[in-house]
Design a protein around this ligand. Structure first.
Ligand code: 13P
Ligand code: ZN
Length: 271
């Protein structure tokens, strides 16, 4: 058996959480990440049938039965993951009936997965339905995106449109736009269901006055989606109070999307 601390998926969680912390997206215990793993790869590092503890999920995740995830712990700080992965991360296998998570490694102080695991797993189910290659769900509190939530209408067409105007590349990076939810109580099945519903249509979902969710086929894809939104939101916040003299016009946004061959939300433009 290989040493789990050398596994690429543990390394990737360490690197990504440290990076997100330093970008200021994950203060204190803010944010969480889950990544669907390949069972055969995990089996090189762990006995996938050796269960340390069983933790009820609180909802039915049957479509993910027997699938294995690496996930950040609830109340754990992203800044600490790289120094103590075994305490701050966990590897869990969803039980065959979909109702529990079997802990295979991690959460060594008796902790458990993020309180947003329902939102993550429901989003995994939704994304896998529309993209069987989706692997990562990422949540964080990026500063400028959050600031924008307080001064911009929380309407997904308007929110997406404003961000598309802020950087030339935005419409190419997230042509599918951004889903937007109103403020809701976090850590609940209800916000999980609403997030998953949006995830059928979007890879990015804003949680009003809380943060953002990103989905991707790998860690980089989820990360760069959020990174691009955050950059655009920063430009919006740097300019929103100033007279706008120039803007990228809707016909130019369409020209960009068509030149780069992306399938964009035409109904989010006024053409
Ligand atoms: P957890 O510590 O449970 O992951 O919660 C952090 C968070 O961002 C809640 O939305
Ligand atoms: Zn949060």
């Amino acid at each position: 058996m290989k040493d789990i601390l050398t596994a690429p998926f543990v390394e990737e969680m360490k690197r990504t959480t440290a990076n997100m912390y330093r970008l200021g997206w994950d203060e204190r215990n803010g944010g969480n990440i889950s990544m669907l793993l390949d069972t055969e790869e995990v089996a090189q590092y762990l006995d996938v049938d050796a269960v340390i503890r069983t933790i009820p999920l609180g909802f039915d995740a049957y479509p993910l039965a027997d699938r294995i995830f690496i996930v950040t712990g609830t109340g754990k700080y992203f800044k600490n993951v790289e120094f103590d992965p075994e305490n701050n991360l966990g590897i869990v296998r969803i039980s065959s009936n979909g109702l529990d998570a079997h802990l295979l490694w991690g959460f060594s102080d008796g902790g458990r997965f993020t309180s947003e695991f329902p939102a993550h797993l429901m989003s995994h189910i939704a994304r896998l339905d529309v993209d069987p290659e989706n692997r990562v769900i990422m949540h964080c509190h990026p500063t400028h995106t959050l600031a924008m939530n307080y001064v911009h209408e929380l309407d997904e067409r308007k929110f997406t449109h404003t961000l598309w105007e802020m950087c030339t590349e935005c419409i190419v990076v997230f042509p599918d736009g951004i889903g937007v939810l109103p403020w809701m109580l976090c850590g609940t099945n209800s916000i999980g269901e609403s997030t998953a519903c949006k995830m059928r249509e979007f890879r990015l979902v804003v949680w009003g006055m809380h943060g953002i969710y990103g989905a991707g086929r790998n860690m980089d894809e989820a990360f760069v989606l959020i990174e691009t939104v955050e950059k655009a939101a920063q430009i919006y916040m740097l300019t929103a109070h100033l007279p706008r003299i120039n803007t990228i016009k809707d016909n130019e946004l369409a020209e960009l999307a068509e030149f780069f061959g992306v399938n964009y939300r035409k109904d989010f433009l006024d053409l």
